[in-house]
Write a protein that binds this ligand. Structure first.
Ligand SMILES: NC(=O)c1ccc[n+]([C@@H]2O[C@H](COP(=O)([O-])OP(=O)(O)OC[C@H]3O[C@@H](n4cnc5c(N)ncnc54)[C@H](OP(=O)(O)O)[C@@H]3O)[C@@H](O)[C@H]2O)c1
Length: 262
């Protein structure tokens, strides 16, 4: 079983460290969210990704409390629906009420509101952070141009951009563009976007005695990308955080990188 202390963190600011592996909770409603989060916390996860739009914040919060872990031991992300731009304060208040906590660790703009960067919404997120209701703030599904618009308007870069990242979408230039701006990349749908039966993945998995899904997740980590795989299945929840007993060689990483061009 993975010990919580084994999961490395990435530094978002002097005070905020984000575990590199978290549990995704999209399409986990009600009891399924509660059970998955409770089990994930038992097997070593210390990072949970939810959103107002997932309608499971109350179950995530209840699972956190019932786990008996101190609040500060678990990194919790939730997200502002783009349609709630203009109602940022009410939205974070509702998320905190549902989660049953005084703060979240990361609050993201879920999608660019109306397709635009919306610096005014970003200013509101920064104010919410400064008020102590979110330890860090960021965005999701933003382009580099939109990140630059936010940085240009406020002088402050989002701590994180949560974007789709799988072996099919691997883009070293995009990764570098984020890092050059001090924005951590959090990859969503890491497994959904990967063909797990691919020969390269199955060969590398066999060489390490792990599954192709574990190879894909480990490959993200070795690129410095935070991953938030979702599973409702206990065996897969446990496997998806059991990534620290092996490492990929440079050559294996390059073979998987090359899959993005196929
Ligand atoms: N910001 C955004 O716009 C955005 C968009 C999409 C997702 N997200 C976040 O990212 C999280 C992850 O993305 P995702 O849910 O789209 O996809 P994902 O985590 O890449 O894949 C989930 C799918 O893979 C299966 N799976 C999980 N572990 C597996 C394993 N070890 N082997 C084989 N199959 C496995 C799951 O089925 P089982 O449940 O049956 O295991 C589920 O069908 C979401 O839950 C959400 O928190 C954010």
């Amino acid at each position: 079983m993975t010990q919580a202390s084994e999961v490395p963190t990435t530094t978002l600011s002097a005070e905020v460290a984000m575990p590199m592996v978290g549990l995704g909770t999209w399409q986990l409603p009600g009891r399924r969210a509660y059970d998955a989060v409770r089990f994930a916390l038992e097997v070593g996860y210390r990072h949970i990704d939810t959103a107002t739009m997932y309608r499971n914040e109350a179950e995530v919060g209840r699972a956190l409390r019932d786990s008996g872990l101190p609040r500060q031991a678990v990194f919790v992300t939730t997200k502002l629906p783009p349609g709630n731009a203009g109602r940022e304060r009410q939205t974070i208040a509702a998320s905190l009420r549902a989660l049953g906590t005084d703060y979240v660790d990361l609050w993201l703009v879920h999608w660019p509101p109306g397709g635009g960067a919306r610096p005014q919404t970003w200013r509101e997120l920064l104010a919410v952070r400064d008020q102590g209701l979110a330890r860090a703030v960021g965005v999701s599904n933003y382009s580099i141009r939109q990140l630059d618009e936010l940085i240009g308007a406020t002088g402050q870069a989002p701590a994180v951009n949560q974007i789709p990242w799988s072996r099919r979408q691997h883009d070293p230039r995009l990764l570098e563009d984020h890092h050059a701006r001090g924005v951590a990349v959090e990859g969503y749908s890491p497994l959904r976007g990967s063909r797990l039966g691919d020969r390269v993945l199955t060969e590398v998995a066999a060489a390490h005695g792990v599954t192709p899904a574990q190879v894909v997740l480990r490959w993200h980590l070795q690129h410095g990308i935070v991953v938030i795989p979702k599973s409702a299945n206990r065996e897969r929840i446990a496997a998806n955080v059991d990534l620290f007993g092996f490492s990929l060689s440079d050559e294996e990483v390059e073979r998987i990188d090359a899959l993005s061009t196929r």
